[in-house]
Design a protein around this ligand. Structure first.
Ligand code: RB5
Length: 153
């Protein structure tokens, strides 16, 4: 498995913590930036990570901005992306188990590094339960398909 990681300037320090955590788990990661503390726009980092997940170049994504809000909204605009902004380990586990989330979003200004590490571990260890949840995730996909068809017609 490869995990794609991206952040804006607000998430830069936490991105390093997340990269270290993933390395400790012996999971491969791919860093999509940002790489400096210069001010940048979070959609520019949400987009390549979300596209890499969509195109299966990576299997999961982790995105970080100040609150995690902007970067999660941006990632969720990419068809097939189910990005979950999580601030606790239970939500991170359930995002995988019930929502088949393929991107975890974190707020660097709302989480301490220790909690963020635990959230990352819970997300990466989580497994989709399928069953009734698969039908619900299929309905999310149906919304995407319907809106895409409407915007083209
Ligand atoms: C950047 O200042 C900040 O707006 C961004 O990191 C994020 O919190 C947006 O949702």
């Amino acid at each position: 498995m490869i995990v794609g990681i991206g952040c804006d300037h607000g998430g830069l320090d936490l991105k390093q913590v997340v990269l270290d955590t993933i390395k400790e788990l012996q999971i491969e990661s791919r860093d999509f930036g940002t790489f400096t503390s210069d001010s940048v726009d979070y959609p520019d980092f949400a987009r390549p990570v979300a596209m890499a997940v969509k195109e299966r170049a990576v299997q999961l994504g982790i995105l970080i901005c100040g609150t995690g809000i902007g970067i999660s909204i941006a990632a969720n605009k990419v068809p097939g992306i189910r990005a979950a902004l999580c601030a606790d380990t239970f939500s991170a586990k359930m995002a995988r188990a019930h929502n088949d989330a393929n991107v975890l979003c974190l707020g660097a200004r709302t989480l301490g590094p220790g909690l963020a590490q635990e959230i990352v571990r819970a997300f990466l260890a989580g497994k989709f339960e399928g069953g009734r949840h698969a039908a619900r995730v299929a309905k999310i996909h149906a919304i995407e398909t319907e809106c895409s068809a409407a915007s083209q017609g």
